[in-house]
Design a protein around this ligand. Structure first.
Ligand code: F6P
Ligand code: MN
Length: 282
C-alpha cells in the first residue's frame, strides 16, 4: 500500500485545523518537552490522531503533543507528527505548519526507516509539500480539503539566497557564529520567522540554509528528532538538498527516546558541507 492515503487525509483536515486557529490562540498547558501548548495544538493533535488512525495501513500515531505512541491496527506505517509547528506564531498572526513523518518502524526509529514525509504550511494560502519513497517532491495547494498540484519535482534552487538560524546568537558555539559570518559573506539574506515549517519552506523556494544549532548549555538544541528534524531532513534530501546534525546527515540519526532533541541544519548541499567543515574545525 502507498503512503498517499495518509497525505490525502492530512490535506482533508488541514482546512479544519486552520479554521480552529481563530479562537484557540491562548495557552493551555505544556507538551512533553516543556513547550507551551495552545488549545490549537491540542485540537490539531486530536484531529490528526483520529483521522490517521482510521487508515488501515497506519499502525500507530506518535506526536510531539503526547507522551507515548498511540497504537492502532496491524498496518505497516507508523506516523509521527508535529501537529502545529510554530504555534507560538499564532499570537502574532504569523505562519505555522504541520509536520508528518511516515516510518516503517514504531518510533523512536532511525532516519533510515522514514518512507515518506510531508508538511502543511498555513501561510497566506495553505500548501502541502510531500516526499514519498521513490517519487519526486511535490507541492500542493490545499483548498476545501482537496489538494491540487502546484509544482512537480520541487528542487532547491542552485543559487541560495536566504538563511535563518535559531537560538540567541550569544549562545551559539563559535563555529556556528563563524559559519553565519560566512553566509553573510556569500551575500545570503537573513530571513527567520520562528516556525520551522515556514523557515524551511522558504529555503526550499529560494535556496539557502535553515538551522537550529547546538547552544551553550543546551548541546542538543531545541528541535525534536522524530517529529521535526528527521521528517524535514527527508524532504530536503529528496529535493536535492542536504541535512546535518552538525556532523552527519540527520537521516543517519537513530534517536533512542521519542521526544529526543537534535541540532538541525537543512539546505543546499554545498552550504551543509561548509557547515560540517566549520563545526569540525576544518
Ligand atoms: O517547534 C519548535 C519551534 O517553534 C520551531 O517551529 C521553530 O523553528 C523554533 O521552535 C523557534 O524557536 P525560537 O523561538 O527559539 O526561535
Ligand atoms: Mn515544532
Amino acid at each position: 500500500m502507498s503512503t498517499g492515503r495518509i497525505f490525502g487525509a492530512v490535506a482533508a483536515i488541514a482546512g479544519e485545523i486552520r479554521a480552529g486557529f481563530t479562537d484557540r490562540r491562548q495557552a493551555e498547558g505544556a507538551n512533553p518537552t516543556g513547550d507551551e501548548q495552545l488549545a490549537a495544538d491540542v485540537r490539531a493533535d486530536r484531529l490528526l490522531a483520529e483521522e490517521l488512525l482510521a487508515i488501515e495501513s497506519v499502525a500507530g500515531y506518535a506526536s510531539e503533543e503526547r507522551e507515548d505512541v498511540l497504537d492502532g491496527g496491524a498496518g505497516e506505517y507508523h506516523v509521527a507528527c508535529d501537529p502545529l509547528d510554530g504555534s507560538s506564531n499564532l499570537a502574532s498572526n504569523n505562519p505555522a505548519g504541520t509536520i508528518v513523518g511516515v516510518y516503517d518502524r514504531r518510533p523512536p526509529a532511525p532516519g533510515e526507516s522514514l518512507v515518506a514525509a510531508g508538511y502543511v504550511l498555513y501561510g497566506p494560502v495553505t500548501t502541502m509539500v510531500v516526499a514519498e519513497e521513490g517519487e519526486e517532491v511535490t507541492e500542493y495547494l490545499i483548498e476545501d480539503g482537496e489538494r491540487t498540484v502546484l509544482k512537480e519535482d520541487v528542487r532547491l534552487p542552485a543559487e541560495p539566497t536566504v538563511y535563518g538560524i535559531g537560538g540567541r546568537a550569544p549562545d551559539w558555539p563559535d563555529s556556528v557564529a563563524a559559519y553565519v559570518e560566512r553566509l553573510e559573506e556569500k551575500r545570503l539574506k537573513l530571513r527567520y520567522g520562528g516556525a520551522m515549517v515556514a523557515d524551511v519552506n522558504q529555503v526550499l523556494a529560494h535556496g539557502g540554509v535553515f538551522g537550529y544549532p547546538m547552544l551553550e548549555g543546551r548541546p542538543e538544541g531545541k528541535l525534536r528528532a522524530v517529529f521535526e528534524a528527521l521528517p524535514m531532513a527527508y524532504i530536503l534530501e529528496a529535493a536535492g538538498g542536504a541535512s546535518s546534525s552538525g556532523t552527519e546527515s540527520l537521516l543517519a540519526a537513530a534517536p533512542e527516546r521519542l521526544h529526543e532533541r537534535t541540532p538541525v541544519f537543512l539546505g543546499n548541499a554545498d552550504l551543509i558541507e561548509a557547515l560540517e567543515a566549520t563545526v569540525e574545525g576544518r
